[in-house]
Design a protein around this ligand. Structure first.
Ligand code: ATP
Length: 637
């Protein structure tokens, strides 16, 4: 045993992940090759990038490539690249821990259900560790580009609790991953099998993947021949970056395979768009809309899904400057012809070219979505195509809404893409245009209500008069709605009006007799109103008579432009400081309970109950629930 050998333990998460990988991904073993080839290709990309500022890193091997070789006797399969390589420290850090952000959250989402977990793991990208699906021992030999030959590293592990590292001499730069195959993985000791897996998953890797050529050799004494390996290497993939090829030369399957490769997604994308943009800024874009959300969609800090290349040289993953945050679900590649190769993240933020690319790409994504939305109503389209927009919307609709506050230039286009549930539809499929088309004669606003749940929205007392008059109200239950709606004051010339904010003004929808009756009722109610205001002066900003209620005695509203009670609650729950909002109590003078107030000896208690019940009805909680219960009980007794 060499002197410098050390045994180290895996980070706890790795050990856990390893166990899961080998158990859950068993049914789709072959993906290990895709993962390892993709790492090899990443390592070459990294070398090319670092070599931009230090050409000597290429040493004497400027041609970057990946080689796949196997040895039937030794039962090993080896994937070798001449990319950036690993120093000893990097081997310990990168192959012994999971540095990825979100690992912990990811782990906590695993359920123990193998099928669901396998999908989740697939999305997370198990990478290097997937080798342990087919191998009971993995040896990695590597030398980082630029380090002396005697500073190579050998890392080896059986994939359980620990791994060993030692220093070795390695003349060639880059990494070899040697898989010692398990008994049941013999099938991967076959040129035909390996080639077909490369063809399936890694055809579009932009560097050559080489394998040794096979040749037919006749058996001696007429015993039948067999294929034997020669010393000659041949390229087994297409080895050209897919997006640089002409659209007409790329099949649907190739587009889909490329998507799977860059996204780790097991499902096909809903749509894609491939264009070469010419003009003052030149670039190629290949952008995809996924069919389902990644587990960390809600993390706005999370890496965006677009890779940046400059003249086919990979520059960086998750180039956030290329896509607005509200389109963070988009995956794909942007290849610029204008940016300098040594562009940094900081520079990206400031570049005019990048701004042009970002605007162009944003418009492209919105067009793709508009196309999907159009298909939904196209009777000649297939059922599958027609279902796509709803599928997209269920996964990403809430994220898209963030765009209302983030991308003012495209607000109208985004607004057209939004869908909501309404008093006429429990499923969120009502567009603002649909709503407008159904508006009642004389209706001057698009009415909506926000609530925590669909049930709470539907049963809100504020809706009563709208229901009575048959006016549709949009029901908004996404957390982001309240915030997003702050940025959408009107749609196509019609104002948006929350039914829980400000005094209700049905305008022309109310006829003269109704208005008159309401005014008279208000007039007659004035003395009681004054007493109510006095009794509730610490809790309500104001008390007024309303015509919005039919069956309920009272409801709470906030002033126009004020923060809704629901948003205030949400912020409070999130631990934020919220200014105290005193709502307005609106009462229905026709209601029996309200009528009872006049001259009642329990006036004070009834007033408090009225307020507390209105609070409960809109999803809130009385400040002093025990006092509320006591008051109700006193009256019931
Ligand atoms: N062939 C290789 N050459 C150099 N470094 C490598 C190689 N394979 C893996 N690594 C290093 O090990 C790290 C962990 O690899 P792993 O495949 O687990 O995750 P990843 O590549 O970062 O993520 P993902 O596979 O989801 O893209 C890599 O980030 C890289 O630094």
């Amino acid at each position: 045993m060499s002197q410098n050998k050390q045994t180290l333990s895996f980070q706890a998460e790795v050990a856990q992940l390893l166990h899961l990988v080998t158990h859950s991904l068993y049914s789709n073993k072959e993906i290990f090759l895709r993962e390892l080839v993709s790492n090899a290709s990443d390592a070459c990309d990294k070398l090319r990038f670092e070599a931009l500022s230090d050409n000597s890193l290429y040493e004497d091997a400027p041609k970057l490539e990946v080689r796949i070789a196997f040895d039937k006797q030794a039962r090993t399969l080896t994937i070798t690249d001449n990319g950036i390589g690993l120093s000893q420290q990097e081997a310990i850090e990168n192959l012994g821990t999971i540095a990825k952000s979100g690992t912990r959250e990811f782990m906590s989402r695993l359920s123990g259900d193998q099928k669901a977990d396998a999908q989740l793991i697939g999305q997370f990208g198990v990478g290097f560790y997937s080798g342990f699906i087919v191998a009971d021992r993995i040896t990695v030999e590597s030398r980082r580009a630029g380090l002396p030959t005697d500073q190579g590293v050998r890392w080896t592990s059986g994939g359980t609790g620990d791994f060993e590292v030692e220093t070795i001499t390695r003349p060639q730069r880059g990494t070899s991953v040697i898989l010692h195959l398990k008994e049941d993985a013999t099938e991967y000791l076959s040129t035909w099998k390996l080639k077909s897996i490369v063809g399936k998953y890694s055809d579009h890797i932009s560097l050559p993947i080489l394998m040794r050529k096979e040749e037919w050799k006749e058996g001696e004494d007429n015993k039948g021949g067999e294929m034997v390996l020669t010393d000659e290497w041949e390229t087994v993939n297409q080895a050209s970056a897919l997006w640089t090829r002409s659209k007409k030369d790329i099949s649907e399957d190739q587009y889909k395979a490329f998507y799977r490769q860059i996204s780790h997604d097991h499902e096909d994308p809903l749509a894609w768009s491939h264009n070469r943009v010419e003009g003052s800024t030149e670039y190629t874009q290949l952008l995809y809309i996924p069919a389902h959300a990644p587990f960390d969609l809600w993390n706005r800090e999370k890496a965006a899904g677009v890779k940046l290349y400059v003249k086919r040289v990979f520059i960086m993953d998750d180039a956030q400057a290329l896509m607005p945050v509200y389109l963070r679900f988009v995956r794909g590649v942007i290849d610029s012809a204008d940016l300098p190769l040594n562009v940094s993240r900081e520079l990206l933020q400031e570049s005019r070219d990048v701004r042009a690319i970002r605007e162009g790409s944003t418009k492209r994504v919105l067009s793709m979505l508009e196309e999907l939305a159009k298909l939904e109503k196209d009777e000649s389209a297939s059922e599958e195509d027609r279902a796509k927009y709803a599928k997209f919307y269920a996964e990403f609709g809430a994220v898209l809404k963030e765009g209302l506050g983030e991308d003012f230039g495209n607000r109208d286009r985004i607004a057209k893409l939004l869908r909501f549930a309404s008093t006429q539809s429990d499923t969120p499929n009502v567009s603002l245009a649909d709503y407008k088309a159904r508006m009642k004669e004389g209706q001057e606003a698009i009415y909506y209500i926000t609530a925590d749940t669909l049930a709470a929205a539907k049963n809100s007392p504020q809706l009563e008069v709208f229901r009575k008059k048959g006016i549709e109200v949009l029901l908004m239950t996404d957390r982001v709605d309240e915030w997003a709606l702050n940025y959408l004051h009107e749609f196509d010339g019609t104002p948006m009006q929350s039914v829980a904010k400000g005094a209700v003004d049905l305008g022309k929808l109310q006829d003269e007799t109704e208005k008159k009756a309401a005014e008279e009722a208000a007039e007659a109610f004035k003395p009681v109103l004054a007493k109510l205001k006095e009794a509730l002066k610490d809790r309500a900003e104001d008390v007024r008579v309303t015509s919005r209620l039919v069956d309920s005695p009272a409801c709470l509203v906030v002033s126009d432009g004020g923060m809704s009670m629901q948003l205030a609650r949400m912020l409070k729950q999130a631990g934020q400081k919220v200014p105290e909002v005193k709502p307005v109590l609106e009462v229905n003078p026709e209601h029996a309970l309200v009528r009872k107030l006049d001259g009642s000896v329990h006036f004070h208690d009834l007033a408090q109950i009225l307020f507390d019940q209105a609070l409960l009805a809109e999803g809130g909680m009385p400040d002093d629930p025990a006092a509320y219960v006591k008051r109700v009980n006193a009256l019931l007794a």
